[in-house]
Design a protein around this ligand. Structure first.
Ligand code: 15L
Length: 273
C-alpha cells in the first residue's frame, strides 16, 4: 500500500472523484490545487496544499516525503497556447522535476484521448502506445506530458505511467462517452494498479472502462493489474433517448470527437484568421 500520495489538481473533476476512492486507513493523501480543496472530513487522512503546479519551490516542498505522485493538475479543456504551455507543459515538467529532486520513485500522469484525438475509429481499436495525433493544443500538451514522463523514466529510472483517460465523469454524458467512459470506480482501480504494479518503468495505458462500445485496447492496463468492473451500456438507453448520432458526425468519427472540429481551432481563434 502506497503510504503517502501527492495528488495535483485535487480539486478538479477527476481529483474530486478520486479523493474518497483512493482513501485508505494506512494512507495519507496530500491534496494540491490552486483552489484549496474542501477541508478534511472526520477521520479523513488528508493534507491540503494550495499551490500551482508551475511553482517549482512549492512543488519541491509538496513532493517531500511522498511515495508517489498522481499528476492530474492543469487545464482540462482547450485553452490559448500561452496558457497550455505554462500550466500543462511547463507544469508537468515542474512536477516531474520536483518528484526527481525529492526521490519520489513513481509518478502517474493524467494523459488524455486528445493526445491521439485525430485517430479515426474506422481504423480499428485504438491500441496501446498509439503514435501521437493530437487534436488541440491541449492534446499537444498531453503528448508533451508523455514525452516528459518517458524522459524521466529513461534517464532517472523513475516509474512513470501515463494514463490516456477517455471521459471520467460520474456517468457518460453523450453517445461518444458510451465508448470513452471511465467510471470513477474503475478510475480508482486503474490508479491503484498504476501505484502497485512492480517496476513498470514507462508505460502508456488507456484509461477506460470495459464498455460494450469501447474503442480502446485494455491490454496494457490489464498487464499492470487493472480489471474494469463497469460498462457504460447500463446508461445507453438514457443517453441515446434523443436518437443515436449520425455515424459520420465528427463525434463518432474521431477518438477526440468534436475536439477535431473548427470550433476547437485555437490558432485561428487567436489569430482572428
Ligand atoms: C479530456 O481530456 C477532458 O479533460 C475532459 O473534460 C473530457 O472532455 C474528455 O477528455 C473527453 O474526451 O471526453
Amino acid at each position: 500500500m502506497t503510504a503517502r500520495i501527492l495528488i495535483t489538481g485535487a480539486a478538479g473533476i477527476v481529483g474530486t472523484l478520486m479523493r474518497t476512492r483512493l482513501a485508505a486507513p494506512d494512507r495519507t493523501l496530500r491534496l494540491l490545487d490552486i483552489a484549496t480543496p474542501p477541508p478534511a472530513a472526520d477521520g479523513e487522512r488528508v493534507e491540503l496544499v494550495t499551490a500551482s503546479v508551475t511553482d517549482q519551490a512549492a512543488m519541491d516542498e509538496a513532493c517531500a516525503g511522498v511515495d508517489a505522485v498522481i499528476h492530474l493538475g492543469g487545464h482540462s479543456l482547450e485553452r490559448p497556447w500561452a496558457e497550455i504551455l505554462d500550466v500543462n507543459i511547463n507544469g508537468t515538467h515542474v512536477v516531474l522535476e520536483a518528484a526527481r529532486r525529492a526521490g519520489v520513485p513513481r509518478v502517474v500522469l493524467a494523459s488524455s484521448n486528445h493526445a491521439v484525438g485525430y485517430y479515426e475509429r474506422a481504423t480499428g481499436e485504438a491500441g496501446d502506445y498509439l503514435f501521437p495525433q493530437p487534436d488541440t493544443y491541449y492534446g499537444v500538451s498531453k503528448v508533451a506530458l508523455e514525452a516528459l514522463g518517458s524522459l524521466y523514466a529513461s534517464r532517472y529510472g523513475m516509474d512513470v505511467i501515463a494514463v490516456r483517460i477517455g471521459s471520467c465523469f460520474e456517468k457518460p454524458r453523450d453517445a461518444r462517452m458510451l465508448s470513452t467512459w471511465l467510471s470513477p470506480d474503475d478510475g480508482a482501480r486503474l490508479f491503484e494498479a498504476c501505484l502497485a504494479a512492480p517496476s513498470p518503468g514507462f508505460r502508456v495505458v488507456w484509461g477506460v472502462s470495459d464498455n460494450t462500445r469501447r474503442w480502446f485496447s485494455l491490454t496494457e492496463a490489464e498487464e499492470l493489474g487493472y480489471k474494469s468492473e463497469d460498462d457504460s451500456e447500463v446508461y445507453a438507453e438514457e443517453v441515446l433517448a434523443a436518437g443515436p448520432p449520425a455515424p459520420d458526425s465528427p463525434a463518432m468519427v474521431y477518438l477526440g470527437g468534436v475536439w477535431c472540429t473548427p470550433e476547437f481551432d485555437t490558432a485561428v481563434k487567436e489569430a482572428g484568421r
